[in-house]
Design a protein around this ligand. Structure first.
Ligand code: ADP
Ligand code: ADP
Length: 228
């Protein structure tokens, strides 16, 4: 799916204090694009991701997924839309501790009308031999791979990642990024990644840099690098 944002803004009100976290954002993301969002802490990256993905509502502006105007959906419509089309990966893995690796991934598949094969996805993330383990028996990198598998098995049209490698060491982070690339190659998944890590930016088709609620610079990555 492609995404279009027109004049999207977000104002947080805390008592008397108003914070303009997003200021008239215009952004078009192409289907199958990997977009990287950089910027200092407090620049509006998470707000952009939350608003764009319907986890939070914009204060003004229009947002389209292909032809669907999601700014016109109510909360129930938005939840249905997210479940059907979007995947999320956060820095914290949010796995269900009392379910095995395979059961966690099955939970993701159950949310989708058109899931991928659970075995195929477990294989893609290299977890086939850990299928019966529980999250507490896995390393951080392995847990993040389970979280990715749980999102990816839904076969989402768009995958939103907020600091997906923030809690991982360099080597494990590379494996996770290779996996995201693979999903992009195989399924043409549109991927939006927020990161602090400039080396992750090399895997994007385009990098945007946020500053004080605006898109400060846009960089087209003509010679996109592979992580692996
Ligand atoms: P980033 O992800 O780049 O660190 P955020 O999107 O989290 O930035 O924050 C952008 C601005 O909005 C910051 O000034 C932050 O303090 C403010 N902000 C974020 N979330 C809230 C909230 N729930 N209530 C009030 N202000 C918020
Ligand atoms: P679903 O209910 O289909 O799992 P949602 O669209 O409601 O999906 O949310 C996607 C997932 O992301 C949910 O598991 C939700 O709990 C989680 N989530 C939403 N916002 C945050 C956040 N800011 N930090 C961590 N997890 C979040």
């Amino acid at each position: 799916m492609g995404i279009v944002l027109r004049q999207v803004s977000k104002v947080y009100k805390t008592g008397e204090v108003e914070t303009s976290a997003l200021k008239d954002i215009d952004l078009t993301i192409k289907e199958g694009e990997v977009l990287i969002v950089l910027g200092p802490s407090g620049s509006g990256k998470s707000t952009l991701l939350n608003v764009m993905s319907g986890l939070d509502t914009p204060s003004a502006g229009e947002m389209y997924y292909n032809d669907l105007a999601i700014h016109k959906l109510d909360q129930r419509g938005l939840t249905k839309f997210r479940r059907k089309y979007l995947g999320f990966i956060f820095q914290q893995y949010n796995l269900l501790q009392n379910l095995s690796v395979k059961e966690n991934i099955e939970m993701g598949a159950a949310l989708s009308d058109h899931p991928l094969s659970i075995d195929e996805v477990m294989d893609a993330v290299g977890l086939t031999d850990k299928a019966k383990k529980y999250p507490s028996q896995l390393s951080g990198g392995e847990q993040q791979r389970v979280a990715i598998a749980r999102s990816v098995v839904k076969n989402p049209a768009v995958l939103f990642c907020d600091e997906p490698t923030g809690a991982l060491d360099e080597k494990t982070a590379c494996q996770v990024l290779e996996l995201l690339e693979k999903m992009n190659d195989l399924y043409h998944t549109t991927i939006v990644i927020i990161t602090h890590n400039p080396s992750i930016a090399l895997m994007g088709d385009r990098v945007i840099k946020m500053n004080s609620g605006i898109i400060h610079t846009v960089y087209e990555n003509v010679d996109k690098k592979r992580v692996g």
